[in-house]
Design a protein around this ligand. Structure first.
Ligand code: SF4
Length: 650
């Protein structure tokens, strides 16, 4: 059988299962990445495994989300992450060195390897011909401890890129076109595998922008071939020896093939408040722009920022526009400096932000009330910028630069100047001194576990009992996001104090939830959550799952789940059940008392599972889609409990 790149890499790493889409497979993980937004929780779980040293080939901690260190919480977390990294053989990329995805692409990614990251945009490294997947911290911790990563074997869609992009149109426009075609829904358990003659003109950083925002489509990952472009990129990084060629077999089997003619793509934008709300820049009209932010983990490469610098050379930002740049890494910044581009940007009025996530997630640079902000980052959800009523538009660096000059939405072709085509340099200046290598620790403090202000105990879940008695503590609607489950605004203060953070579960949907959930637990019942379609949309924020466990939620019954959150629920011992029809969802109310009898036996036998509504004296059937391994996790009360019990039996 002729194989896709996806199938080849997955099969080379298979530990369990076979490459049959829809079946669960387990793969060996070669590399992991974590960062300072989720890392403390991940490392608490890793440390609890009792493993003396990471078992992956490469594991890296990135201090990149909370680099401003406003208040002690961020600095405490950084100290904790540095101490765990030093102790367990993990590289540490220090605050200011860059954003995990950009730095990993530059310094660690290798064609043909697998990467598991506790961040949803881990797919970025698919640009190098890796299988790179974003997962919850629990799965990443287990992979660091040597466990395989289990997931649903994906179907593969080949996206055939044909021809060449027109001047002023770039990689961001390609992924916005793909988002227009595929939208943000209905793509779970698919991989986008790129091919076609159009690839010969797309450098690795351009591929990285496309790979990164595959996450907005909800896919498992994006993957590119490892070809001559990949070799040139690795050569510029002075690590050509890591290059191997990877390509699909001729006539490889795909679930679907989609052709995209690059020359037909025009400058596009994702309008507020969703990455798939796509229009051409021309059709948006000349809306006045208040802020332009260029960089973060998409469009933050040397090529992107050098292109902007050349467009802006000798000009100054329009008086209305607040202009910010966040290079993806210190390496990008240093090479912009080397080649004279940084001064063009600064003289044009750019404010230089940390090489960090910053404005992408509202850590600084929030636009004014009702402001229009053009951004080259990956998400434009309402409120993500820190200004709830702002209007965020995702655009290419070229469109962003045009707005810097004109102060309004402008198709960059209307600048009527020659397009400054920038190529990636053959050699970049490389300086890895901001990366602390395992065993390279000269700070005695940093090899001790540091508990800071309360980073500490990891709560454990209850095993699944034979009979579950509970109350519907919350009936939610469709598209409950991770931010609805656990508001992000409390994350900074409480992300490492889990019991406290759990007090804010569902705060924005019903601020009586926590108090009521406690009362129900005191009555000896579990909390049960009922929801509509797409429960758990959003990033890979695992706190949302562990905090549901802490408040005693044992079952979530929804019309459908986002796959990544469903996995996290199971990892923390929460049973995800699916309504068989909308009538069952409509006939259940908040406050109803629920009984699910013989649940362990039914899950074991594979029989029909019924939920009894004791309040309404009705019964309805629900579905469960669980692998044998997931059943064992639930029976143990969570993935860590299962791992520890298996270790103790050995
Ligand atoms: Fe950071 Fe934003 Fe990228 Fe997430 S999407 S890694 S917050 S820059």
């Amino acid at each position: 059988m002729n194989k896709s790149i996806t199938q080849k890499i997955i099969e080379q790493h298979l530990v369990s299962g076979t490459f049959i889409p829809g079946n669960e497979v387990g793969i060996k993980i070669d590399q992991t990445l974590n960062h300072d937004n989720a890392g403390a929780l991940t490392y608490l779980q890793f440390v609890s495994l009792g493993v003396p040293m990471v078992k992956s080939e490469v594991s890296v901690t990135y201090l990149d989300h909370n680099t401003l260190q406003m208040g002690c919480e961020d600095a405490d977390d950084h100290q904790y992450l540095q101490s765990v990294s030093g102790k367990y053989g993990i590289y540490l990329s220090r605050a200011g060195n860059g954003i995990c995805h950009q730095v990993h692409l530059e310094r660690f990614g290798k064609p043909g390897k697998t990467l598991l990251g506790a961040d949803s945009h881990t797919l970025t490294c698919g640009a190098l011909g890796m299988i790179a997947i974003g997962a919850g911290g629990c799965d990443v911790a287990l992979a660091m401890g040597g466990s395989p990563y289990y997931f649903t074997c994906p179907k593969v869609i080949k996206i055939n890129l044909i021809g060449e992009l027109s001047p002023w149109v770039s990689a961001k426009d390609v992924i916005l076109k793909i988002l227009q075609m595929f939208t943000t829904k209905g793509n779970e358990n698919f991989v986008f595998e790129y091919d076609g003659d159009g690839l010969k003109n797309l450098s690795v950083p351009e591929r990285a922008t496309i790979a990164n925002m595959g996450d907005e489509c909800g896919i498992t990952t994006s993957v590119f071939p490892s070809d001559e472009m990949t070799r040139l990129f690795l050569m510029s990084q002075q690590r050509e020896e890591h290059w191997i060629e990877i390509k699909a077999d001729p006539g490889a089997d795909y679930d679907k093939v989609v052709d995209i003619n690059l020359s037909e793509i025009v400058s596009l934008t994702a309008r507020p408040h969703s990455p798939d709300n796509i229009s051409s820049v021309k059709s948006v009209g000349e809306i006045e722009v208040d802020q332009v932010c260029i960089g973060t983990c998409t469009n933050s490469s040397y090529k992107d920022l050098a292109t902007v610098a050349r467009i802006l050379k000798g000009k100054v930002a329009h008086s209305r526009v607040s202009f910010v740049i966040a290079p993806g890494s210190k390496q990008v910044l240093d090479n912009l400096l080397r080649d004279g581009y940084l001064s063009h940007l600064l003289l044009a009025g750019a404010r230089l932000a940390d090489c960090a996530c910053g404005f992408c997630l509202g850590r600084g640079y929030s636009p004014k009330s009702h402001g229009v902000s053009l951004r080259t980052s990956s998400r434009n959800f309402q409120g993500r910028s820190g200004t709830k009523d702002a209007y965020l538009y995702l655009v290419s660096p070229e469109t962003a630069a045009a707005a810097v000059i004109t102060g309004k939405f402008t198709d960059p072709r209307d600048l009527k100047v020659e397009y400054p085509k920038v190529y990636m340099p053959e050699r970049l200046r490389i300086d890895d001194r901001m990366i602390i290598k395992p065993g390279d620790v000269n700070d005695a403090l940093s090899i001790e576990k540091y508990d800071g202000r309360g980073i500490g105990d990891l709560p454990k879940g209850d095993p699944l009992h034979q009979n579950i008695l509970g109350e519907v503590t919350l009936k939610a609607g469709d598209t409950v996001t991770l931010d609805h489950i656990l508001p992000g605004r409390f994350q900074k203060k409480y992300r490492s104090s889990l019991a406290k953070y759990a007090e804010f579960v569902f705060e924005d949907l019903d601020n009586t939830f926590y108090k009521r959930s406690k009362e129900i637990r005191n009555e000896g019942k579990y909390n049960i959550v009922v929801a509509g379609v797409s429960y758990g949309e959003g990033s890979s924020k695992e706190h949302a799952a562990i905090c549901q466990m802490i408040v005693g939620i044992k079952v979530v019954i929804a019309l459908s789940f986002r796959e990544r959150h469903k996995t996290s629920l199971i990892n923390f011992g929460i049973l995800p059940l699916t309504f068989k029809n909308e009538d069952s969802y409509n006939n259940i109310d908040q406050g109803d008392c629920i009984e699910i009898a013989n649940v362990r036996k039914v899950l074991d036998d594979g029989g029909k599972l019924f939920v009894r509504n004791l309040t309404k004296q009705k019964e309805f059937e629900v579905s469960y889609h669980l692998s044998e391994r997931q059943r064992r996790i639930l029976f143990s009360g969570g993935a860590l409990n299962l791992w520890l019990s298996q270790r103790d039996r050995q």
